[in-house]
Design a binder for this molecule. Structure first.
Ligand code: IVH
Length: 696
C-alpha cells in the first residue's frame, strides 16, 4: 500500500519478530514497544509524563540493544525507528482516495448567521443544530494512513487530490503514533489533522537561527511547512513539531461513532492528540459564545490559531448536507482579524537602553493589526535590518502575535519606491555622541558612554525607581527625564538629596505632590536586599536572579567580594551573568554609588541561612500556567525554585500545586480534576510574601 519504498519495509513475516529467535526476546521486545509507546503517548499526546526520563532512556537503550543483537526483531513501528537513515532525493506523489477539501470562511457574525441559515433551510428541520467547535490551527494539513494499526503513509494536502508522500518526516513527530494504541483497530484508517509548531518552539528556533546568522521563519505556519519539506528527516526530527487530529479521512472494515466529537474521542483512545478546547455547542449562539471565549484565550494558547472551525456534529446530517465543489456545507472557518498587515515604513529611529544597547525602532504609518493599532515595531539590530534589506519608504509586512512586540517580517520589494533610503546605523551614540561598540559575536551595538550618556542615566534611574526595584511611588518616567534634563540629578543616588524647591519647580508639579514624592523617596530606604540588588541594574540580573543571589550569599558584603567560581555556584547564574556581576562590582563608580546609598540609610532586614533541604518548598513540584499580571511565567518559576520547589511543564498526579493566572487552560482543568491545590495570582503573591519575597 505504501507509495514509495520505505527504509523500514517489514520482514516477510509482518510486524511480529520472526520465529527462529527465543520467544523470550520477542516477548521482551513487544513489551518494550508497548511501554515506550505508552510513555510517548502520556508525554507528547496527553502532556502528562508518568515515566521518569531516566527510566524511558533505560527502556529505549535496552530495546536498541536487543535490536542490534537480534536484527530480526527490528520492525518499522519500533519506537527506535522514528528517524530515517538516508535522505530522499524527492517526494513521491500521493493520490488521496478521498479528496482533502478546504473550508469556506466566515469573517463576521453575519457570515456565520448565513452559514447556519443555509444549513437549517437545507435540512428543513426546526431543531437546533449541534456544532463541534475547534480552534483552527495555523499549520499544515496532513493525512495519515494506518493499515492494521500501523502507519504506512503520510501525505500533504497538495491540491486536495494529489499531495506529497512525507512519511519519513511525519514519523519523526513524537505525538504521531507509529502503531495505534490498541489491537482492536480498523484494517484501514485514514486520520487527518494539522502539523504545527508550538509558539515556544518557534521562538526558540528563530532565536537560535538568528544567533547562527541563519534565516528565521516568518511565522509558525511557514516553520511547520519548511520543516515538513525537508528531504533529510534528521532535520525534521530536530524541529519542535506537533500533530493534532481533526477529522476522519476514511475507514474500512469497522464502524466509527456517528458523531464527529465521538470519532475524535475514539482517535484519542488510539493514541492521537485531539484538541482539548474542542466543545459541542447548541446552535449558532453557542458558536458565537465559543468564538468570543477562544478569542479571549488565544494569547495564552501554546500554539497559534487563526480562527475557529465549526462542524455539524451529527455525521448523518453532515452526509445529508454534502459538499459544494471545494468545501463541505457542514463546516465553516470563522477567521480572526488578520495578525499580519502591510504598511509604510516612515522612518527608523535609534533608541538607547539602560545598558547602552542601541535598538532601531521602525516608525510606521499606523495600521490595525490583530485587534490593535500599531505605529512602532522593533527592528532588533543592524543584522536584522540587513537580513530584511528594509529601507525607509518601503512597504512592509507587520506581524503582531499574542502580546509580543510587533515585528517587521518582510518587505514588499515590488512596491519599493525609487526614493527608498538605506538605513544607516549611527557612527556614534545618538544621545551623547560617545563611541559605539559592537562586541565580536554579539548582535547588539552599545553606546560606551555609560552614565555620561543621558539616555542610559535616565533609563537606569527609571529602573531603580520601578515597582519591583525600590518602588518609588510618584517617580514616573516623565519626572525622571525632567530631573536629568534640568541637571538636578545624575545618578539614582542623587534622588536622596533632592530638595523640595527643586522638585516643586518641575513642570506640572505642585508643592503637595513634590512633598509626596520626597516622602516616597524617603520611604524607599527601607527595602529588601533582593530589591536593592535588582534596582542596581546589573546586566542580566532580573528579580529572580537577584533573589537567588540573596539566597546564596545572604549578605551584600559577601556578594560584592564573591569571585567568578563562587558566583557560578548560584542557581541560574552562568558564566556570562557572573562576569556581568564581577564587572559591575569592580567598577569604582558603582562602588561609590553603593557606598553612598548605604550611607544615606538604605537598609533591609538581616537574612538567615537556610539549608537547601530546609527551603520551604523543598521536595514539592509546581506547575505555572496562564497569564500572571505582575510577572512572567519564567519569573514565577524562578521564585518557586528560589524557595526550593521543582517546576514542571505539565500537570500529573505528582504535582503538588498549580499557579494559575488568567486564561489558564487545560493544565488548570486537569489540576482541578486531579484535586491538586490551585493558587490564583493573589494567593501566589501571598505565598511569596509569606516567605519574605515581596514582589510588588
Ligand atoms: S477540518 C473538510 N478542522 O484549515 C474539512 N481544518 O482552511 C477539513 N485546519 O486545510 C478541515 N484546524 O489545514 C479542520 N480543527 C480544524 C482545523 C482545520 C486547521 C486547517 C486545515 C484545512 C484548512 C482549511
Amino acid at each position: 500500500m505504501a507509495d514509495q519504498p520505505s527504509l523500514f519495509d517489514e520482514p516477510a513475516s509482518g510486524s511480529s519478530p520472526s520465529d527462529d529467535i527465543s520467544s523470550d526476546v520477542k516477548q521482551e521486545v513487544l513489551e518494550l514497544h508497548a511501554q515506550l509507546n505508552q510513555a510517548n503517548y502520556q508525554y507528547y499526546v496527553l502532556d502528562d509524563p508518568q515515566l521518569p526520563d531516566a527510566e524511558y532512556d533505560r527502556l529505549f537503550h535496552r530495546l536498541k540493544g536487543l535490536e542490534t543483537e537480534f536484527p530480526e526483531v527490528l520492525t518499522s513501528d519500533s519506537p527506535t525507528q522514528r528517524v530515517g537513515a538516508t535522505a530522499l532525493s524527492h517526494f513521491e506523489q500521493v493520490t488521496h482516495e478521498v479528496p482533502m477539501l478546504s473550508l469556506d470562511n466566515a469573517f463576521n457574525e453575519q457570515d456565520m448567521l448565513d452559514f447556519n441559515r443555509r444549513i437549517v433551510d437545507r435540512l428543513k428541520q426546526s431543531e437546533i443544530v449541534e456544532y463541534a467547535c475547534e480552534p483552527k490551527l495555523d499549520g499544515i494539513a496532513v493525512s495519515l494512513l494506518y493499515e492494521n494499526g500501523r502507519l504506512i503513509r503520510a501525505a500533504t494536502r497538495g491540491d486536495g487530490s494529489v499531495g506529497e508522500n512525507i512519511t519519513q518526516n511525519i514519523r519523526t513527530i513524537p505525538s504521531i503514533p507509529l502503531k495505534l494504541l490498541s489491537s482492536d483497530v480498523p484494517p484501514i484508517l485514514e486520520v487527518r489533522g494539522e502539523v504545527y509548531m508550538p509558539t515556544t518552539g518557534f521562538e526558540a528556533f528563530n532565536k537560535k537561527a538568528l544567533a547562527n546568522n541563519e534565516k528565521p521563519f516568518v511565522n509558525p505556519r511557514n516553520a511547520a511547512a519548511g520543516s515538513l519539506r525537508q528531504l533529510d528527516s534528521k532535520i525534521t526530527a530536530a524541529r519542535p513539531l506537533e500533530f493534532c487530529c481533526y477529522s476522519l479521512g476514511r475507514v474500512e472494515g469497522a464502524t466509527l461513532p456517528n458523531r464527529h466529537s465521538e470519532i475524535l474521542k475514539q482517535f484519542s483512545i488510539w493514541g492521537f492528540k485531539i484538541n482539548p478546547e474542542m466543545q459541542v455547542v447548541n446552535g449558532i449562539e453557542g458558536c458565537m459564545d465559543y468564538y468570543h471565549q477562544l478569542a479571549e484565550k488565544r494569547g495564552s494558547l501554546a500554539y497559534e490559531i487563526d480562527g475557529i472551525v465549526f462542524k455539524v456534529d451529527d455525521i448523518a446530517i453532515q452526509q445529508a448536507l454534502g459538499f459544494t465543489g471545494r468545501a463541505p456545507r457542514w463546516a465553516i472557518a470563522h477567521k480572526f482579524p488578520a495578525q499580519e498587515q502591510i504598511t509604510l515604513l516612515k522612518d527608523v529611529e535609534f533608541q538607547v537602553g539602560r545598558t547602552g544597547a542601541i535598538t532601531p525602532v521602525a516608525r510606521l504609518e499606523p495600521v490595525f493589526v490583530g485587534g490593535v493599532t500599531v505605529s512602532n515595531a522593533t527592528l532588533h539590530n543592524m543584522d536584522e535590518i540587513a537580513r530584511l534589506d528594509v529601507r525607509v519608504g518601503d512597504t512592509v509586512v507587520i506581524r503582531r502575535a499574542g502580546d509580543v512586540i510587533p515585528q517587521i517580517v518582510n518587505v514588499v520589494t515590488s512596491k519599493r519606491p525609487d526614493h527608498a533610503k538605506q538605513i544607516q546605523f549611527p557612527q556614534s551614540c545618538p544621545v551623547c555622541d560617545s563611541h559605539i561598540e559592537r562586541v565580536e559575536g554579539e548582535a547588539v551595538a552599545r553606546c560606551t558612554g555609560g552614565l555620561v550618556c543621558a539616555a542610559q542615566r535616565k533609563e537606569a534611574i527609571k529602573h531603580f525607581a520601578s515597582r519591583k526595584a525600590m518602588d518609588i511611588d510618584g517617580l514616573g518616567d516623565k519626572i525622571v527625564e525632567q530631573l536629568v534634563d534640568e541637571g538636578l540629578i545624575e545618578s539614582f543616588l542623587d534622588l536622596y538629596s533632592l530638595k523640595l524647591a527643586d522638585v516643586a519647580n518641575l513642570e506640572r508639579m505642585a508643592e503637595k505632590s513634590a512633598q509626596n514624592l520626597l516622602d516616597s523617596i524617603n520611604v524607599s530606604k527601607q527595602t529588601t536586599l533582593a530589591k536593592f540588588l535588582y534596582a542596581l541594574g546589573i546586566r542580566e540580573v532580573g528579580v529572580a536572579t537577584a533573589q537567588n543571589l540573596v539566597n546564596h550569599f545572604l549578605d551584600l558584603k559577601v556578594l560584592v567580594k564573591a569571585d567568578f567560581d563562587a558566583l557560578i555556584e548560584v542557581d541560574d547564574v552562568g558564566p556570562i551573568v557572573a562576569q556581568h556581576i564581577l564587572n559591575f562590582f569592580s567598577e569604582p563608580h558603582n562602588q561609590k554609588i553603593i557606598d553612598g546609598l548605604l550611607n544615606i540609610g538604605i537598609s533591609w532586614p538581616k537574612i538567615e541561612k537556610v539549608a537547601a533541604d530546609e527551603l520551604p518548598l523543598n521536595g514539592r513540584t509546581f506547575v505555572v500556567t496562564g497569564t500572571l499580571a505582575s510577572m512572567g511565567r519564567d519569573e514565577a518559576k524562578q521564585y518557586l525554585q528560589s524557595l526550593g520547589a521543582k517546576v514542571a511543564g505539565s500537570v500529573s498526579a505528582k504535582t503538588n500545586g498549580v499557579v494559575a493566572g488568567e486564561k489558564a487552560g487545560s493544565k488548570l482543568t486537569k489540576a482541578q480534576d486531579l484535586g491538586i491545590d490551585v493558587m490564583d495570582e493573589a494567593a501566589f503573591l501571598a505565598l511569596l510574601n509569606g516567605h519574605g519575597i515581596q514582589h510588588a
